[in-house]
Design a binder for this molecule. Structure first.
Ligand SMILES: CC[C@H](C(=O)O)C(=O)SCCNC(=O)CCNC(=O)[C@H](O)C(C)(C)COP(=O)(O)OP(=O)(O)OC[C@H]1O[C@@H](n2cnc3c(N)ncnc32)[C@H](O)[C@@H]1OP(=O)(O)O
Ligand SMILES: [Co+2]
Length: 163
C-alpha cells in the first residue's frame, strides 16, 4: 500500500522543544556593555584612513603607534561605535600573522565594554575560556583590556575593555 511521503515532523508526537528563553547565564559579578569598536587589520593604514575620512566623510583620529601592542591604530568615529584600523608596528606584531593570511586585510576583532574586566576575565577563565592576557593590559583608550581566544569565542577574537 502506497503511504504518502509525509515528513516525520508532521507525524512525530514528540513535544516541540521550547526555544531556549535566552536568559543569560553570565555571572552577576560583571556585565557586558556597549560595542566599543570593531577592529579591521589593514595592509595600508594611510589608504584606509583616507577612505573613511575622504570618501565616507568620517572623523578619524591621528595614527597612533602602540609599541607595547605591536600596532598602529586609527579610530574612525561613528555615531554608535568606532572602527579601529590596525596595522603592524615593529617585528613581532600579533596581527602580522592575520595579514599574512588575509592579504587585503579584514575584520580582526570586536571590543565590548565591561564594568569590571578583572571579574569578567576571571569568571570566563573559570568557565574554560582562554584569555590571551589573563592580566589586563592598558589599551588604546588608556583603559584595561583583555583578549579572549577566538577559538573559544566561536571564531571571533573578543577584546573586553573596562569602561
Ligand atoms: C590593545 C590595543 C588595541 C585596543 O583596541 O586597545 C588593540 O586592539 S591591539 C590589537 C592587537 N592585539 C591583539 O590582537 C592581541 C591578541 N591577539 C593575539 O594574541 C593573536 O592575534 C592570536 C593569538 C589571536 C592569533 O595569533 P596568531 O595569528 O599567531 O595565531 P594563529 O595563526 O596560530 O591562529 C590560531 C587560530 O586562531 C585563528 N585566528 C587568529 N587570529 C584570529 C582573529 N583575529 N580572528 C579569528 N580567528 C583568528 C587562526 O585562524 C587559527 O585558527 P585555526 O583554525 O587553528 O587555523
Ligand atoms: Co581593539
Amino acid at each position: 500500500m502506497f503511504r504518502p511521503l509525509v515528513s516525520r515532523a508532521f507525524t512525530s508526537t514528540a513535544p516541540i522543544r521550547a526555544l531556549s528563553t535566552g536568559v543569560p547565564k553570565t555571572s552577576p559579578l560583571w556585565k557586558l556593555g556597549r560595542l566599543n569598536h570593531v577592529a579591521i587589520a589593514v595592509p595600508d593604514i594611510d589608504q584606509s584612513t583616507a577612505f573613511y575620512r575622504d570618501l565616507m566623510g568620517a572623523k578619524v583620529s591621528e595614527k597612533v603607534p602602540l609599541p607595547e601592542h605591536g600596532v598602529y591604530t586609527v579610530f574612525v568615529e561613528l555615531d554608535n561605535t568606532k572602527i579601529e584600523l590596525l596595522h603592524p608596528y615593529g617585528e613581532n606584531s600579533p596581527i602580522q600573522g592575520f595579514l599574512n593570511k588575509n592579504k587585503s586585510g579584514g575584520i580582526h576583532h570586536i571590543c565590548i565594554e565591561v564594568d569590571d574586566v578583572t571579574k569578567a576575565v576571571n569568571d570566563l577563565m573559570a568557565k574554560g575560556i582562554k584569555a590571551l592576557n589573563p592580566i589586563p593590559k592598558i589599551g588604546a583608550h588608556g583603559k584595561p583590556v583583555v583578549f579572549l581566544h577566538p577559538k573559544d569565542c566561536h571564531g571571533t577574537l573578543v577584546e573586553l575593555e573596562q569602561i
